[in-house]
Each structure stands twice: as C-alpha cells, then as structure tokens.
Ligand binder design. Structure first.
Ligand code: PAF
Length: 282
C-alpha cells in the first residue's frame, strides 16, 4: 500500500485508477484505527475496485477546549492495519496541504446539525463538512463510507452530498462493538481500566431504553431512566439522551416512525457517544 501526502502524488495515482477504468471508494478517518474502521475498509472493498483511506486529524472540527493535541496519532500501526485489510492507498495530507495559508472557506449544513452534538460542540460540524468536502474534491470517489456510530455526522454528509451535487454514494456501516457492547472509538483509548469497565453502562442504558420504548414506555420516561443509569455509573455530565427521527433528526415524543436513540456523555475526561435504532412494532 502506497502512502501519498501531496495533491500531485494523489492525482497521479487517481489518474492511473481512472485510466484502468477502476471505481474508487474513500474511507475518511482521523487515524488511531480500530476494528470499526476495518469494517469500513471491508465494506469499501465490496463496493469499489480500489480503496483509499484518508488519515487527517482535522483541527477545524475541534474546539479550543477539546482534545486536538492529545488525539491519538499512530500512523505506523494504522498503515499495518490498512495493509492487512487490503486498502490500496493511504491519503495522508499534511496540515499545509489541507489548509494552505489564506484558507478562508467553511461549509455549514443546517437542519440535521441542529441540537445533539451540533449544540454540544459548536462549530464541530462545520469543520467536518469542510474537511469532508475537501476530501471528496481531492479524491473524487464513487463511494464513501462512514460509521453509523457518528450518526448525526452521517446524516449531515448525506445532506451535503445531495445539496452540493457531489454525485458520491454514501454508505453507512453499522457500529462495531466490543464484547460488552461498548461502541469502538479511537477515544476509548483515553479510558482508565475503571472507566473502561464503567463505560459499558452506555450501551446498556441505551439498549434498555430502546427496548422499553419499543414495548410502549413513553420515550421521556425511558430516557429519564437511561440518564439516571448513566449518572449512577459515573457519567457526568450526560450531554444528551434523545429520541430523534432516523432521517430528519427531528425530536420524536411518540414512537410512530423509524427513530434513533442518541446519547453523549462524559466519563472522566472522555466524551463517549452512541446511538441505536428504535423501530415501531409492525
Ligand atoms: O469521523 C471522523 O473520523 C471524522 O469526523 C472525519 C469524517 C474523518 C472528518 O474529519
């Protein structure tokens, strides 16, 4: 697997792929790869002839109080994992390639970015939309793959691709979980052993609330129980546990359509997010 860091080198490889008539899938990442990312690569290999992964820790999506400096960076291990998974090319632009001096553009998607992480992390989704637009323009993939763990991000990218006529098929890949249910995330590496053990309360609280709502418990009551369970396990603060429409992310107070139960909460210094599908009985 080749690693390229300049736009010219990337274009040369892409020109070869196109000359051979190959379709291209892009898996955008910020590195510190885990089995969740490998599931994206695996799905990408099914969807296209050539798979490109990108690694870029995007400063624009971190607020000044967030973990940009401490975000895990381990490119050598990432390269080994990508090679083993059958990735064809790593696109690893440097900061000045991605944001050259004078860079002054921001992409903002409204609607699905309001509330949830859009409220808890002001500016975050503008940073995501901007960097993903740039990655799409740099690689011009046929298909791009994103994890459902970042559900609000997935919906914003779908909206942006439609609105800006990117002509890229967006595939959402189900969340990969550890044996105890915790969603895989690069940020799990921050958890102490005690926090890691307490963290399983997040998928459990969501699973119980989702099951209760599906059985007819009013969403507000199920959500209050989930928040209590998270607080009891040591999560503080709980930024949100909310039931939202699975496509528009509008708030849902009666389960009369496909919904998503989404949560974000902090355990020590680590902010974890998760979500589950909640479907009305047929
Ligand atoms: O989900 C991520 O890892 C990032 O938000 C993304 C999509 C790579 C943009 O930086």
């Amino acid at each position: 697997m080749q690693t390229v860091r300049s736009i010219d080198a990337l274009r040369n490889v892409l020109a070869e792929y196109r000359a051979e008539g190959r379709t291209v899938a892009l898996v955008p990442t910020m590195g510190a790869l885990h089995a969740g990312h490998m599931a994206l690569i695996e799905e990408a290999r099914i969807r296209a002839d050539r798979v490109i992964a990108s690694i870029f820790v995007n400063p624009m999506q971190f607020s000044p109080s967030e973990d940009l400096d401490s975000y895990p960076r381990r490119e050598a291990a990432d390269v080994r994992m990508l090679e083993e998974a059958g990735c064809d090319l790593l696109w690893a632009p440097t900061l000045d390639v991605m944001y050259p001096e004078g860079f002054a553009t921001r992409i903002a998607v409204s609607g699905v970015t309001e509330g949830l992480d859009g409220a808890a992390r002001p500016g975050h989704f503008d940073g995501v939309a901007t960097v993903v637009s740039k990655l799409f323009n740099q690689v011009r993939p046929d298909v791009a793959l994103f994890g459902e763990k970042d559900y609000q991000q997935l919906l914003l990218i779908r909206r942006m691709v439609t609105d800006l006529d990117f002509g890229i098929t967006i595939i959402g890949v189900p969340t990969q979980r550890d044996d105890d249910g915790l969603a895989l995330s690069s940020r799990n590496a921050y958890l102490s052993p005690e926090e890691r053990s307490a963290a399983r309360a997040l998928p459990r609280a969501l699973g119980e609330a989702a099951a209760a709502i599906q059985k007819g418990t009013p969403p507000a009551a199920a959500i209050a129980a989930a928040i209590k369970r998270l607080n009891d396990a040591g999560f503080d603060p709980v930024d949100y546990v909310e039931l939202r429409d699975a496509e528009t992310l509008e708030l849902v107070d009666t389960l009369d359509r496909e919904a998503r139960l989404l949560a974000a909460a902090k355990l020590g210094r680590t902010r974890l997010i998760d979500n589950l599908a909640v479907r009305p009985a047929e």
